[in-house]
Design a binder for this molecule. Structure first.
Ligand code: PLP
Length: 345
């Protein structure tokens, strides 16, 4: 038996949604994309929404729009995060400024507040299904709230994605709102969303514009994301049930602790141990459990003089366990066995 790190089962509703689009003959951007943006608008307290081709594009476009004509804006991003963030900043012509994490894998708040004083744009990521509490604070520079991994979470009775100036998200398959590929940008500022829309279609662009690319979301991708969104709450509830079971197992082992930030949508289950991530992954994978590092590499390694010791430590000692909404009892006992093999004294 193999337990994958994430699993998408494309059943009947996905087949039907894709088939309907194919039969309509309109595969590129159209009515289904518009319907998806309306669903998102309802989820995000009525903000203006633009669907785009990926979360990385969403971030790159938002940075361009917020950096107010600066050719090389200084953009703050977390060091312990997905590489897409680094490339979005570079693709926007920006200078990435890396910020370290704390033990909960959210940002080191004091350092982030200090760093933000010298930024043109700050990207705050709700990481791994948790909440980044800094979104509730005021910063002098514009803030982008990244909900790619924590989509659907509510904090202080507000949907995540409605705290900052601009929100971005992803419809990549493994994400909580994932279909196949795609992303979105939202904001209370309709004018900003209109100005970003102008960057997404070369066929309708003014030739003087600095940047335009093909960044529209197709009907076919929108249809898949829409079906996933329809199932997102149920999936989140199932993950919560499994996560509570994992909690119960782990209290038995003193050498390992789950990461306990503010829980958002229970997207990932991350543990920190005295064992190295490499050792844990090897032991679990030998049993067929596809545990992974939460991030492939800390992003400050791309910058020669950047120093983020907590991100390095998280990379050394943190592992993401498979947390599947449709896990079965057999898979759960294998996971239980794997944790015992890894952590029993
Ligand atoms: C936090 C975060 N933001 C943005 C992205 C980029 O999204 P996409 O894969 O749709 O480009 C990712 C992707 O892994 C992510 O984890």
């Amino acid at each position: 038996m193999q337990i994958p790190h994430s699993r998408l089962r494309f059943g009947k509703p996905f087949e039907q949604a894709a088939q309907q689009v194919i039969q309509s003959g309109f595969l590129a951007q159209g009515d289904v994309t518009t319907a998806l943006t309306q669903t998102l608008q309802a989820q995000l307290s009525g903000q203006a929404v633009l669907a785009v081709d990926s979360g990385t594009s969403a971030l790159m476009l938002a940075i361009r729009a917020l950096s107010k004509g600066k050719k090389h804006p200084r953009v703050g991003i977390p060091a312990y995060a997905c590489a897409s963030l680094l490339f979005a900043v570079k693709n926007a012509g920006g200078i990435p400024v890396l910020m370290d994490c704390n033990a909960n894998l959210t940002l080191d708040a004091k350092q982030a507040r200090n760093t933000a004083k010298d930024l043109d744009v700050l990207v705050l990521v709700h990481p791994f299904g948790m909440i980044e509490p800094l979104v509730a604070e005021h910063f002098d520079c514009p803030v982008i709230e990244d909900i790619a991994q924590s989509a659907g979470a509510i904090w202080h009775e507000k949907a995540v994605g409605t705290f900052a100036d601009v929100c971005i998200g992803s419809f990549y398959a493994t994400k909580p709102w994932g279909g196949a590929y795609g992303g979105f940008i939202s904001s209370k500022d309709e004018f900003l969303i209109k100005s970003i829309t102008k960057m997404t279609n070369p066929d309708h662009a003014e030739l003087q514009q600095d940047y335009v690319g093909h960044h529209q979301l197709s009907n076919i991708h929108a249809a898949l994301a829409q079906v996933r969104l329809d199932h997102a709450v149920a999936e989140q509830q199932q993950r919560q049930i499994w996560a509570a079971k994992y909690d119960k197992i782990l209290v038995n082992y003193t050498s390992v602790t789950p990461i306990t930030g503010i829980q958002g949508n229970t997207f990932r289950y991350i543990i920190r141990s005295e064992k190295t991530a490499e050792d844990m992954i090897q032991i679990l994978q030998q049993l067929g459990i596809n545990a992974m590092r939460p991030v492939q590499q800390p992003l400050h390694h791309a910058i020669s003089d950047a120093n983020c010791p907590q991100a390095d430590e998280a990379w050394q000692y943190c592992v993401s366990l498979p947390l599947l909404h449709d896990m079965n009892e057999q898979e759960f006992s294998l996971l239980q066995q794997g944790l015992a093999t890894c952590f029993k004294p």
